[in-house]
Design a protein around this ligand. Sequence first.
Ligand SMILES: C[S@@+](CC[C@H](N)C(=O)[O-])C[C@H]1O[C@@H](n2cnc3c(N)ncnc32)[C@H](O)[C@@H]1O
Length: 158
Amino acid sequence: MDATVWIVVAVLAAVLLFILGWRWASRVWSLPCPALLAWSLETPLSDWIAGTAKTLERIGLRPGQKVLEIGPGPGRLLIRAAQLVLPGGEAVGIDIQPGMIERLEQRAKLANVANLKAILGDASQPIVPEASFDVVFLAMMLGEVPDRAAVLAQCFEH
Ligand SMILES: C[S@@+](CC[C@H](N)C(=O)[O-])C[C@H]1O[C@@H](n2cnc3c(N)ncnc32)[C@H](O)[C@@H]1O
């Protein structure tokens, strides 16, 4: 093999090791996907890869429902969820990163979505104790949380 192939293999191996290391470390520390990478969840390609339309279809939201997403990031699912529960419904997202909350609010405004509330907080702690929801969901976030059982307990709590 020539040098170029070795370089490509070495770079791919380094990326894979980094991802695996990140995944492992997430079991011990809270290591959310950096808000700097929010753009990677905002493209038609990410919708296609992550199956945004299929996920929403399976969640099966209906007008009038109150829905909570844990770890919505920039709102790949939550902004559409907010539209699906209209008229009368409301969408709430709890995210641990101020940068993600800011981006979610910006994107909701751009999409003219007014029935979406973004809350900054760690979903493994009680955040909205008094609230209850018709539907609670999360996607692609559990792997970033050390105390996964606590996050799932919060889902059932609401
Ligand atoms: C990979 S993004 C996925 C975003 C969105 N759910 C999606 O599927 O497009 C994971 C999100 O979960 C958030 N997150 C990670 N740990 C969290 C925690 N303990 N509480 C709330 N949000 C958290 C991160 O800040 C990030 O925005």
